[in-house]
Write a protein that binds this ligand. Sequence first.
Ligand code: DX5
Ligand code: ZN
Length: 218
Amino acid sequence: DRRIKIAPSILSADFADFGRECRAIEDQGCDWVHVDVMDGHFVPNLTFGPAMCKAIRPHVRTVMDVHLMIAPVDPYIEAFADAGADILTAHVEAGPHIHRTLQAIRAAGVRPGIALNPGTPAEALRPVLDMVDLVCVMTVNPGFGGQKFIASQIEKVREIRAMIGDRPIHIEIDGGVTPETAPLVAAAGADVLVAGSAVFKGGSVADPAPYGANIAAI
Ligand code: DX5
Ligand code: ZN
């Protein structure tokens, strides 16, 4: 379905209380939970791995959307599948064998997604488009929350929407999504909006009420 879905990134949540944070954003009306996995190699930051995904799985009732900012990807697919990921998104830039990676994700029983960095053209997607359930368009350079939205990516979203046509493939936007930028990418054809800082700002695990207002504002 093409209804706009909000997927808060727990990169902006309280790292000491992920279980409660996941329950809080779902109670406050989010659609998916977005989990940013970083390896300090593909991107210049480190977060968490499959053990953390497995630990939060019981606290996620919606969709656990796992964004792998790691290289290589293939040695870890089994572990993230076992951790209960519903979607596993790999970067086209992460290695020379994205086709093999997407095949392996599907074979592991997980829905495959493909992510494109801001410097990567939409065309990179075309040869593997029919293998994926989701295309993630990075609207910041991956690695950190709270960065500024890169407006040049809006045209790329339009191109990808045209390429997808009627196929049931989600277009997800990741980076710098705010109440100001969300309408721009939705109009260009996106249907899943990842938002970290814009969702978690002003709230806390002790008082998550502002999360709901932030989600509604996007
Ligand atoms: C960036 C991550 C994003 C990030 C988004 O590397 O993939 O998911 O957390 O954060 P905001 O919404 O703060 O730009
Ligand atoms: Zn992400």
